[in-house]
Design a protein around this ligand. Sequence first.
Ligand code: ADP
Ligand code: MG
Length: 358
Amino acid sequence: MTLVVNQVMVFAPIAKIKTRLVLLASFLFIGSILFGCGQADSSRESVTLSGPTMGTSYHITLVAEAGESFGFDREELQKTVDDELEIINQVMSTYIEDSELMRFNRAPVDEWVELSEPLMHVLNISEDVSQRSEGAFDITVGPLVNLWGFGPEMRPEVVPSDDQLAEALALTGHDKLQLDVTRARRTAPIFVDLSAVGKGYGVDWVAKVLRERGFTNFMVEIGGEVKVSGVSPRGSPWRIAVEQPTALGGSARLALELDGKAVATSGDYRNYFEVDGVRYSHTIDPATGRPITHNLASVTVIADTAAHADAWATALNVLGPEKGLALANAEQLAVYMIVKDNDGFTDLRSVTFSQYAP
Ligand code: ADP
Ligand code: MG
């Protein structure tokens, strides 16, 4: 029973933060009650780390090998993780005025700028998803994000005028960002914003650091984007829940069993504003410059990297259920969508997704 209490306490804060993927605390609880008696010796020692990052928070659970205990210095590891996340923020945050990305955003138009490996890496991932999604994913939507009041400028929640929209659209387009091997340039005064891929990239970064430190069993989560490796404290694959798409959240709609995979969810049921009964999402359709309006409540993507899962979740969220699912199947992506309809919600699954939740 101690195991049950520990696990519930360990995972409880995760359900409270602004996440859309929750660990299955309740499932662990029920599972342990039903099947757990006499299995206490199959549990593993685990250590959790957490802290603030990227305007949200991170949570890490590390799990020891069966019958072994951890010998590392927890405080030292926490400091390493915090330092590494600080490095990533200093590279790609648009909330830090002198971050590498913000300096790039201020560099003269047409001038090539040598960039660090992580910044080039995340820009390349973004460009790849942009091209494959025909521009639905676009890291240059910054001016539109700001205009609609979701960016660092935090404008009041008002609907912009057509003139303002046209002006911001003219400063948008991933084709105005050119990437060379170690350098990049803006061919117009665009503003690059990595909000839709940065948390995923941060998760991959921390996971890499943990692997280099010799950890094989872990879960890393930043703001709802998750990566898992090996086994959970129960000694079996990690179970990640896709949350019900309600503003309250918290309850599980679907359980995913994952190993060595990342999962991200994009949905507008948390981050939006309302004017005259119309809901404005923080996800912008780069084709129109306006927040998306279709009936897709959330889209969950499973991928090898959290950066890809994160970016694709946003891309498919822009495309909506029909186009999004068609593209997911064409690209062989593992995708789960929750769509609003008259009676509530219905689910859509890509072909590849079936292997994770038949
Ligand atoms: P979600 O989890 O809902 O996808 P993210 O935090 O991953 O949310 O991404 C949302 C952020 O991405 C927005 O706040 C905005 O800065 C940016 N964004 C909005 N629309 C797009 C888009 N079409 N392509 C890339 N980034 C976008
Ligand atoms: Mg995203």
